[in-house]
Design a binder for this molecule. Structure first.
Ligand code: CU
Length: 169
């Protein structure tokens, strides 16, 4: 499949490209990501990616499961290393990959699992104060509408630009 991408979309794609199924495991190698439990919410496989020097943005990824019988919603996130953390989705519109902020947050339906991953839902750290280096641990504070607030450590894996060719060309 060929995607037509603008230069900006291409830069984001480099950061969030999918097609790296082993990445989450690699990111957590030697630092087994613990499950974070907050009420009925369970968070696993949290990771970020190293950024190139002077990169303006970084990404946050994780798996969120709602064990409860009522829907909850991830309404906001914050990190110390960036001016703000936004909740984004990335999706194909036609054959163009677009990303947009979810201003109302991200619903976690009752009894379901929502995955934040490269190429899909993600946290986006806007205005990084410095590069994220591989192996860094980036604490991110997440606020859910019902479950409340919790801090999750994101382990930084390699930057996408350093990984071997993947499925976007
Ligand atoms: Cu984004």
């Amino acid at each position: 499949m060929t995607f037509r991408l603008s230069a900006i979309a291409l830069a984001f794609t480099a950061l969030f490209a999918s097609g790296l199924p082993t990445f989450a495991q690699d990111a957590n190698a030697g630092h087994q990501a613990e499950m974070v439990v907050l009420g009925q919410i369970e968070i696993t496989d949290a990771f970020t990616r190293a950024t190139l020097p002077n990169a303006p943005v970084g990404g946050g990824f994780m798996t969120i499961t709602n064990k409860g019988t009522e829907a909850d919603r991830l309404v906001s996130a914050s990190v110390d290393i960036a001016k703000q953390a936004q909740i984004h989705e990335m999706a194909l519109e036609g054959d163009v990959m677009k990303m947009r902020q979810l201003k109302d947050g991200l619903e976690i339906p009752a009894g379901e699992t929502v995955v934040l991953e490269p190429g899909g839902f993600h946290l986006m750290f806007m205005g990084l104060s410095g590069a994220i280096k591989e192996g860094d641990v980036v604490p991110v504070m997440l606020t859910f509408e019902k479950a409340g607030t919790v801090t999750v450590d994101l382990v930084a894996g390699a930057t996408a630009a350093n990984t071997p060719a993947h499925g976007h060309e």
